[in-house]
Design a protein around this ligand. Structure first.
Ligand SMILES: Nc1ncnc2c1ncn2[C@@H]1O[C@H](COP(=O)(O)OP(=O)(O)OP(=O)(O)O)[C@@H](O)[C@H]1O
Length: 265
């Protein structure tokens, strides 16, 4: 029997606040194959970040567990790199030094200094940031900082790249450019990616599968939509593609008809 590359098995998360236990997430089962781009979408507070943090090993599930490439996840590790909405670069280091720090940590014992230098530049090139390697975060735009954060994550050669609303703080044009870069990288490296998003178009454009979450408490996976659109995908070609429009409508119906937030219903 073959096992999926990454699996979430009966994952549940309870939080106890002021002596009262709250079931945030229950019975989450999800199998992800290598090279898949999976988005998680759902209304605010349904437990998306909680699930991502459990896969990252930053939070321990109250029930169930996560298996990645045959190993149970129980602590953070470089095989699961995380990119957050707001960059988490060290402000006193340049773009190069921020990536190099991660490269040294992961490959200090296995690659020579010259190889680590080349690998750092290679990853900055992948995100089209090789022109600004000596700039510090305060000299970079929001989109550029996210690019460096993605380079840093990729430089660790993670088995899975976890992204929590990676484009959420960016303006529409910068967001579109960065989405294109991530699609290009994913095609090139065959990366396995889990991304949280609130943006229906972003989910359809980027994903192979869209995991739609029901509202909490006891939030769980409501439906999984397989997005069968050929790659490479170009946003302009897709905007009036009938399949794209149908996928988009399916996600919107889930979010705003079947699982509308009570206050919005
Ligand atoms: N450390 C914690 N202690 C108590 N409750 C928590 C904790 N972390 C999350 N929660 C609760 O668990 C639920 C899920 O939170 P989570 O942040 O995972 O949702 P989300 O879907 O990522 O939300 P958003 O889209 O707004 O970021 C929420 O009701 C939240 O208040």
């Amino acid at each position: 029997m073959t096992h999926p590359y990454l699996s979430l098995e009966n994952v549940g998360m309870d939080f106890t606040v002021a002596g009262r236990t709250f079931h945030a997430v229950t019975d989450v089962n999800l199998a992800i194959e290598r090279g898949q781009y999976v988005s998680i979408i759902g209304h605010s507070g349904c437990g998306k970040s909680t699930l991502l943090n459990i896969v990252a090993g930053l939070t321990r599930a109250s029930k169930g567990g996560v298996i990645l490439d045959g190993q149970e996840v129980n602590s953070p590790g470089p095989d699961r790199a995380v990119v957050f909405q707001n960059h988490s670069l060290l402000p006193w280091l340049t773009a190069y030094q921020n990536v190099r720090l991660a490269v040294d940590k992961v490959f200090g014992a296995t690659k020579s200094a010259a190889e680590r230098h080349d690998w750092t530049l290679h990853n900055l090139r992948l995100v089209h940031m090789d022109h600004a390697v000596d700039k510090r975060p305060d000299e970079l735009s929001g989109g550029m900082k996210q690019r460096v954060g993605i380079a840093r994550a990729l430089s660790m050669e993670p088995k899975v790249l976890l992204m929590d609303e990676p484009f959420g703080a960016l303006d529409a044009l910068t967001r579109a450019h960065l989405q294109d870069t991530v699609m290009e990288i994913q095609t090139r490296l065959n990366s396995t990616i889990i991304m949280i998003t609130h943006d229906v178009d972003e989910a359809v454009l980027l994903s192979d599968r869209i995991v739609m979450m029901t509202n909490g408490p006891s939030a769980t996976i409501g439906e999984v939509l397989e997005v069968d659109l050929p790659r490479p995908r170009r946003r302009l070609d897709l905007s009036d593609d009938a399949r794209y429009v149908a996928y988009r409508a399916a996600v919107l119906r889930f979010l705003y008809e079947r699982h509308a937030k009570p206050e919005a219903a």
